[in-house]
Design a binder for this molecule. Structure first.
Ligand SMILES: O=C(O)CCC(=O)C(=O)O
Length: 430
């Protein structure tokens, strides 16, 4: 078992960096404060006075974002051994240093319309996307209360009786309830998964009415959500979160465009008319086994354009850095962890990274997280961006309709999907 408090909490300065980060929870954190804390800098102790006042406030509400200070680092005896879990066999050597590879990007000035802020944030986005494929979004504009209510709704959902959840079983559009042992990361190029994922998930998308034209036409990926009956509050809280995250991601499109040398509104038309957006409420029960090949979620890359992840204090996520080593990225309260998916990688001709990640819940307790996947409209044609190709850099992927790419990904990873499936998925489904 790893140390739940981890090295990040101990910090070289003796000032627990995690406590500093809690000081800013619910406030507009400055990136400097976060960077100092991450670096274990002694100056990080300055705002600690705020902590005690905020602690009282935090006690009175659900814990959404206490520090995830878990740490996969190889200690003195941490050389590769057979039987050891992948995330530990190939763990980073120095967790604190590796954690700094994932930058914190402050969207506050850009969202406030400050002059020059778009170009500044775009430069940081470009660096993060070219080097690691993950970053923390600070001052993202989504209210704490909306996030807290979404986590409360998720816990409520997952506490329902299994038969109630199974009545909403995930459908061809990948909407509804996905039980444990019903998916495998077989599309992954990082790790050949042999065992199904140890999480249950509830997926929702745009809340389309029965008379929505695409619903009537039966258009693939344009179906309706499935809701448990008699729980209007759950539906309202989940959809409020869906709307808030969609708006946040839409506001983040111009910095991505500028980062790729495009005009700020370049991506907007691709995300019009109900972009392909999915919210996944994940529950990872404590894993009964942590044998080599068992994961809460096997190592994989996302299929999205971008993903915004909200986590609780229970650790479990691991990110594969370009070095090939696995890092448990610390939780930084007041931020979303953003990563890019395969569509962004394909569109940018591999300039931007789609970084593998996975989950191992060895905490001994339930873990909840919420992943929001923001992707173009399924009708979009994804064709190498004009700024990402040239005479010596031809397009590496043919143009493709996004709907086809999504359906291919679903078939590879989910047992309920019909159609051709990879050998690994077929084996794991047996
Ligand atoms: O639960 C997490 O922290 C990550 C979830 C994830 O990787 C996914 O849903 O694709």
């Amino acid at each position: 078992m790893r140390d739940r408090r981890g090295r990040f909490a101990r910090g070289r300065s003796g000032n627990p960096a995690g406590r500093l980060l809690l000081a800013g929870e619910g406030e507009a954190l400055t990136r400097k404060a976060v960077e100092l804390a991450l670096a274990g800098d002694p100056r990080a102790s300055r705002p600690l006075g705020v902590v005690d006042a905020l602690k009282a406030r935090r006690r009175s509400r659900p814990r959404v974002a206490a520090a995830d200070l878990g740490d996969y680092s190889r200690g003195a005896q941490g050389r590769r051994r057979s039987g050891m879990h992948l995330f530990k066999q190939y763990a980073v050597e120095d967790h604190d240093a590796a954690a700094r590879a994932i930058p914190v990007i402050d969207y506050g000035p850009y969202f406030a319309g400050k002059r020059g802020a778009l170009e500044c944030v775009a430069a940081e986005v470009a660096r993060a996307c070219e080097n690691v494929g993950f970053f923390y979004a600070l001052n993202h504009g989504v209210a704490d209360a909306v996030i807290e209510r979404a986590f409360a709704a998720s816990r409520w959902f997952h506490a329902l009786a299994l038969e109630q959840k199974l009545a909403l079983r995930i459908n061809d559009n990948n909407i509804g309830y996905l039980p444990i042992n019903a998916s495998v990361q077989s599309a992954s190029t990082v790790h050949k998964a042999t065992r199904p994922n140890q999480n249950e998930s509830f997926f929702v998308s745009h809340d389309r009415a029965p008379d929505h034209p695409d619903v009537i036409a039966g258009k693939p990926l344009r179906g309706r959500n499935q809701w448990p009956s008699g729980l209007p509050r759950l539906r309202a809280d989940m959809m409020a979160y869906f709307a808030a995250l969609g708006a946040m991601c839409d506001r983040m499109l111009p910095p991505f465009a500028v980062a790729l040398g495009l005009r700020p509104d370049y991506f907007d038309p691709f995300f019009a008319n109900e972009a392909h957006a999915n919210l996944r409420f994940l529950h990872y029960p404590p894993q009964e086994t942590v044998e080599d090949d068992t994961f809460g979620q096997g190592p994989h890359t996302d299929n999205s354009f971008m993903t915004a992840l909200a986590r609780t204090e229970v650790p479990g996520l691991a990110v594969r850095l370009p070095s090939g080593q696995w890092l448990a990225p610390p939780i930084i309260p007041g931020t979303f962890l953003i990563n890019l998916g395969n569509i962004m990688r394909r569109w940018s001709n591999d300039r931007f990274l789609s970084t593998p990640h996975g989950v191992l819940n060895e905490s001994g307790t339930d873990r909840y997280s919420i992943a929001y996947f923001h992707s173009p409209n399924p009708d979009s044609v994804i064709e190498c961006l004009p700024t990402c190709t040239g005479a010596d850099n031809p397009p590496r992927y043919p143009p493709a309709v996004y709907r086809d790419l999504v359906l291919e990904f679903y078939r590879a990873n989910y047992f309920h999907q019909r159609g051709p499936r990879s050998e690994a998925a077929a084996q794991a489904a047996e």
